[in-house]
Design a protein around this ligand. Structure first.
Ligand code: GLA
Length: 755
């Protein structure tokens, strides 16, 4: 709800109040956080007239260096980080003053960047008469979030240059908050960093043209008393997939300024007379229930306002993807055998990854030539699609539509399609980027994808993007994304039922912009379970599990050479959209049985795994994530490195009905007896040589079962006392409930209200 009361505006949603006050014709922030009353507004304001040090008084009475500003420029006495920087004829001082406001019952949708669905909107208009420009601050209120963006309109005859424009700027009183940021790189996406906020400025920027190459655009600020389940937590995210920056600055008084938006480096964008420049949209969420409250707020918001409605609360199919099984080297025979085996395991969608098109036998050529390589796919793609469909699976293909290899027919025919301001642009993975600013390139992409969906009978597309931008400036990247979003809008408009999976060398574009077209994202090329558990935990603060694409890969991780059981891989992969990506020909009969059991378990709990609230139950070195929906919870417990004499491990689960009873059970897991080494003789009735003929023969028909947990506890006991997990193996001792946990191994628990 939005209300204008005198010089104030109060924005209220289910969880927060956001109070703006027009102070000397400048929008200032009186409060953003838990709900306050309308009658509080006059007393929330402060008299800023006491002179402080060497402050500049541009308004006679107020120094801008003290006031909590909603928008901030250069050269008028506010010396924290500006939220915009403009330039016309060499002049850079602009002074925007509040002129008007209006409220749109339904948010205006003229911003060309992705916008969340729905919402009521407040627009504040500010004008700089001398500078001949106006600035609008847009606030869109949703039940669990407030979205913000800014626009600049050129009212003068000459070009106005935008050197920077943040989507929002917010001045909090500094109370000792901490910042939570997700640094990112290939294979190590979303590495969580919790930082004390120093005086001065912290800047996190990604200039590579892909939102999550360096940092994920999601970040959080925690109140000084915040914990996992209590205290104030603020989330910030950008609905944008290109370069951006986050700035958190603190001054010597008490202001903590938080901003996110387009980068201030290398950005110089000319806006012609009477034209409007838009920032991408930022999303602000809040919870007074700590990190887990923020997780729920973000998940609810994204499901209700970001993901296309067609794909919300819809089960994601269980995928088989051939990449880590074959890479580029496959034949029709091999693919047919993988399809047959995937069908037998219970998989629901077969994805043929890179290498099916053009002259593409490695990553040096072929990108751009999206016609089938008939040597590898005999009879053509429609025939393969039919083969897959006949076996009851859906069928999908990998594309990297934004790219071209110099060694391709597309490049030879259209060198002018390439995005570069130099004749010899740098290569990355042997490829160049197509210039999506050009209408003909946009048309080429739309036609390629729409025709492929039709001609190849596709149910699904994995849309990849495998290089960073170079040889152009940041303003070109901004226009590139305007082009890309147009293309994506046209494609999903024409293929409304096709499931698209977003990918950029893993999660290099894990952002709300891509998510508003493609409902889920390949989280990381790193499928090692412990590394994935870390990444998924960190991402779950900003994004729901339904947006994660997770695959069970070979027991020895390609990325880490770390060996884990299939059970462990599944226990981490199950929180999200599940897939398998390994050579199925290397599975033993027992492996196949185990995978069938996993798939049956996932199908039973899929809705809970995808659409429950993400909850962090981690303690010590254990990464424990859960998905909670109604009276049920699916818990993924991933342990770290083993220690001698391990301490007792107690899993606390808060937020259940205190009076109700809940039963908790482990998902059965199995060990290969050879993994116990000499200690196999602790469990074997006859003496075995660890890698001897007998042990090898036994391992083909017998798996050692994990412990069983079958406990019933009240919600009160789970919250206040916790579930005492079975004692961990520590060199001796075997029992039905004792846990054998190899380093970095995992377990899954299912919790439900006892009948
Ligand atoms: C990227 C993706 C992988 C795979 C390869 C194919 O690295 O992240 O999953 O699709 O491209 O080249």
């Amino acid at each position: 709800m939005i209300k204008a009361i005198g010089s104030a505006f109060i924005l209220t949603n289910e969880v927060a109040s956001y109070v703006i006050y027009i102070h000397d014709r400048r929008p200032t922030l009186l409060h953003y956080g838990g709900k306050v009353k309308e009658s509080d507004i006059p007393s929330l304001n402060l008299d800023y007239s006491i002179p402080t040090g060497r402050a500049v008084y541009s308004d006679g009475e107020t120094t801008l260096n003290l006031v909590p500003l909603e928008v901030s420029g250069l050269g008028k006495g506010d010396y924290l980080t500006p939220s915009y920087s403009l330039e016309r004829n060499g002049k850079t001082v602009f002074d925007f003053r509040y002129a008007d406001y209006w409220i749109n019952e339904e948010a205006d949708r003229s911003n060309p960047f992705p916008l969340p669905r729905g919402g009521e909107e407040l627009v504040l208009l500010l004008r700089d008469k001398e500078g001949q420009a106006s600035l609008e601050l847009h606030y869109i209120v949703y039940p669990k979030a407030i979205a913000r963006y800014a626009t600049i309109h050129n009212e003068g005859a000459e070009v106005l240059y935008i050197n920077h424009l943040a989507s929002f700027s917010l001045d909090f009183p500094y109370l000792g908050q901490k910042g939570y940021f997700l640094s990112s790189s290939w294979g190590a996406e979303a590495q969580a960093e919790l930082l004390d906020l120093p005086k001065g400025e912290l800047k996190f920027k990604g200039l590579t043209g892909a939102s999550s190459d360096c940092f994920n655009p999601f970040f959080a600020i925690f109140g000084p008393e915040a914990t996992k389940d209590e205290g104030e937590a603020y989330g910030f995210n950008l609905m944008y997939s290109g370069s951006y920056e986050i700035s958190v600055s603190r001054d010597s008084f008490y202001r903590l300024r938080v901003q996110e938006g387009l980068p201030s480096t290398d950005f110089h964008y000319g806006v012609k007379c009477n034209k409007t420049f838009y920032s991408p949209v930022a999303v602000l969420t809040y919870s007074d229930q700590g990190a887990n409250g923020l997780r729920k707020a973000n998940a609810d918001f994204i499901h209700n306002h970001v993901i296309r409605e067609r794909f919300v609360n819809v089960p994601r199919p269980i995928v088989y993807n051939n990449w880590e099984a074959t890479f580029f080297d496959f034949s029709t025979l091999k693919i047919h055998s993988l399809v047959d085996q995937a069908a037998d395991l219970g998989v629901e969608l077969f994805v043929l990854d890179d290498g099916w098109f053009g002259k593409r036998n490695d990553d040096k050529s072929g990108l751009g030539d999206w016609t089938v390589n008939k040597r590898k796919v005999l009879g053509g793609m429609a025939a393969l699609a039919d083969f897959v469909h006949e076996r009851g699976l859906k069928f999908g293909l990998w594309f990297e539509p934004e790219m071209v290899n110099p060694d391709s027919d597309l490049y030879r025919a259209h060198p002018e399609y390439v995005l570069s301001e130099r004749k010899e642009p740098a290569l990355c993975r042997n490829q160049l980027i197509l210039d999506l600013r050009q209408a003909s390139v946009q048309d080429f992409l739309v036609e390629t994808i729409v025709n492929a969906v039709k001609d190849y009978h596709l149910d699904y597309i994995k849309w990849d993007c495998n290089r960073a931008f170079s040889d152009i400036d940041q303003a070109a990247i901004y226009d590139y994304y305007l082009g890309l979003y147009k293309v994506l809008g046209r494609i999903v408009g024409q293929c409304p039922d096709t499931l698209f999976e977003n990918c950029a060398s893993g999660g290099m574009r894990f952002d709300l912009g891509m998510m508003s077209f493609f409902p889920y994202t390949w989280v990381s090329d790193d499928t090692d379970s412990y590394e994935r558990a870390k990444i998924q935990r960190a991402l779950s603060l900003g994004y729901p599990f339904s947006t994660f694409s997770n695959h069970v890969s070979a027991k020895i991780s390609h990325q880490m050479f770390r060996k884990t059981t299939f059970g462990t891989k599944f226990d981490v992969a199950m929180l999200g959209a599940l897939g398998y990506e390994l050579d199925l020909n290397h599975l033993s009969g027992l492996d196949q049985e185990e995978i069938k059991e996993q798939i049956a378990f996932y199908k039973k709990h899929r809705d809970l795994a995808l659409y429950g609230d993400p909850v962090d139950l981690s303690f010590g070195e254990n990464i424990v994530m859960a998905s909670k929906k109604g009276d049920e919870m699916l818990i993924s417990f991933c342990s770290g490195v083993n220690h001698p004499l391990p301490s007792l491990e107690i899993l606390r689960v808060k937020g259940l009905e205190e009076e109700a009873d809940y039963s908790i059970a482990t998902r059965p897991e199995y060990f290969d007896i050879r993994d116990f080494g000499d200690m196999v003789n602790q469990i074997s009735p006859v003496k075995l040589k660890p890698d001897g003929v007998v042990a090898n023969a036994v391992s083909k028909v017998y798996r050692y079962p994990s412990e069983t947990t079958e406990v019933t506890l009240s919600g009160a006991a789970l919250a206040h006392s916790g579930l005492k997990l079975g004692m961990k193996w520590s060199g001796s001792g075997i029992s039905k409930t004792g846990r054998i946990m190899f380093d970095f191994s995992a377990r899954a628990y299912y919790l439900s209200k006892a009948k």
